[in-house]
Design a protein. Structure first.
Length: 453
């Protein structure tokens, strides 16, 4: 499938950012992150008379570009640049990168699973995985297929944008495009730097997601509702029905994958290794300190759990489910407590998992397995006026980790797993993983009428 970039430019806010909003301070949660970008791709099947050489198609592209300029008046920091020595964003309206590309192929090829994950990187701008002070914080690539289908690739700087912020931005942009104005768009809040300012507490940045020099590969595994129900029944049965908490889908999927990762590491090294689990926990609406639901930035922390190398624990999935649940729920409970020294309390809580992960990396005595869940983030609601996405995907990221995202139907999960190539060979042959569907084995779940694209 050939892809040709036909244009590239910067899109600026249609109204200049007022002088009193020119500087946005980063929050303590932002500055702990190592610089990296996150890719998302939204796929839209052909709609109406939208062949690339029609007037309707040209109007669609014109609305996309115009509405992006309009929505940036609300999301003005995204059009700015990072100022490292000031730990802030200069909201200077330099703009976001905007490229258009022609794709010599049909979108149905992608929707039917005829791709390698690395190939998806061509649908996002420049394949740049690390941030820099001179680069745009957001880059967009509009990919136009021969059939009239469109894939919108988005690469965002994780420094100021988490999954929720990406969803808020893309849904706002889509609504502005669909209705022709920004009057009904949710107005974002950029006061995270005021709510969680950097303190005198030493800042420990999260280590890069991977320091390995070996090749990393990515695979997509799909768990449908039947598979998830069977896993929950297995855990309940092994406990004799004694679970006092309802087992969440996220908890059981993370537990399943984490145990298989530990098995893969053992197969590679020849012995059972200690493992530190790290899972991202969204803090909006979960902290004693009031955080607006529309607050943008990295409003999340990390829950951690440690697996000690004990062979007797490997056979029981419920052991891992309990650890994952405790990592998430104990973290939420801690952030919900009222403390007298509120600012110092939050600073220490935010830094605690960073310190734990940093120590694990420096000691090098075990493995770190990182998970992020994008479940219930409304990416499938992003409708620019020609329907909701036929699929929403990630792309290949050259560092180890697992990201979970809903299937389109909403009753299943796609697990995007990136790990060392040698360990992946063991992982995907784990008897508990072979029951899952791997990328390339099928089309995208939850789609129909693929021939339309």
């Amino acid at each position: 499938m050939e892809i040709q970039i036909i244009s590239k430019k910067l899109i600026k806010p249609c109204v200049p950012t007022p002088s009193h909003l020119r500087n946005m301070s980063l929050s303590l949660m932002d500055i702990r992150l190592s610089p990296r970008t996150v890719p998302f791709i939204f796929y839209y099947s052909a709609h109406g008379n939208c062949h690339p050489d029609t007037v309707e198609h040209a109007e669609r592209l014109k609305r996309l570009e115009k509405s992006l300029s309009e929505i940036l008046t609300l999301y003005y920091p995204l059009a700015g640049r990072y100022v490292e020595d000031q730990l802030s964003i200069d909201c200077n309206d330099e703009g976001v990168e905007y490229a258009k590309a022609l794709v010599n192929g049909k979108l149905s090829q992608i929707l039917q699973g005829q791709f390698e994950i690395k190939e998806l990187n061509r649908f996002v701008p420049d394949n740049q995985v690390e941030e820099s002070a001179t680069n745009p914080l957001v880059a967009v690539q509009i990919n136009i297929f021969n059939c009239g289908g469109i894939a919108i690739g988005l690469r965002t700087a994780h420094r100021i944008i988490d999954a929720f912020t990406s969803s808020l931005f893309t849904n706002g942009w889509a609504k502005a495009c669909k209705v022709g104005n920004i009057n009904d768009v949710i107005v974002p809040n950029f006061e995270a730097g005021i709510l969680f300012p950097p303190r005198d507490t030493p800042v420990v940045k999260l280590p890069p997601l991977s320091k390995t020099t070996s090749e990393v590969v990515a695979k997509r595994f799909v768990l449908d509702t039947n598979t998830i129900s069977k896993l929950k029944a297995e855990v309940t049965s092994s406990c004799g029905g004694g679970h006092t908490h309802k087992i969440s889908t996220t908890e059981i999927v993370i537990a399943l994958i984490w145990r298989a990762q530990i098995n893969a590491a053992r197969a590679r090294s020849g012995f059972l290794r200690t493992s530190l689990l790290s899972v991202a926990v969204n803090l909006r609406g979960k902290t004693f300190k009031k955080v607006p639901e529309n607050c943008c930035g990295n409003i999340y922390t990390l829950g951690t759990a440690r697996f000690q190398a004990e062979e007797t624990k490997m056979g029981s999935l419920n052991v891992f489910v309990d650890q994952v649940r405790d990592a998430i729920r104990n973290t939420v409970a801690e952030f919900g407590k009222q403390k007298e020294d509120e600012d110092g309390f939050f600073s220490k809580l935010i830094m605690k998992p960073c310190i734990e992960i940093d120590e694990q990396v420096r000691k090098g005595e075990g493995d770190i397995h990182r998970f992020s869940s994008l479940r219930n983030v409304p990416f499938y609601e992003v409708d620019f006026g020609w329907g909701k996405p036929a699929w929403v995907s990630l792309a290949h990221r050259p560092y180890k980790g697992v990201m979970l995202i809903d299937t389109k139907a909403g009753d299943g999960i796609e697990a995007w797993v990136t790990m060392d190539k040698e360990e992946m060979a063991y992982f995907q042959n784990d008897p508990n993983i072979t029951m899952l569907v791997k990328d390339g084995d099928h089309g995208v779940p939850g789609n129909s009428n693929l021939d339309a694209a």
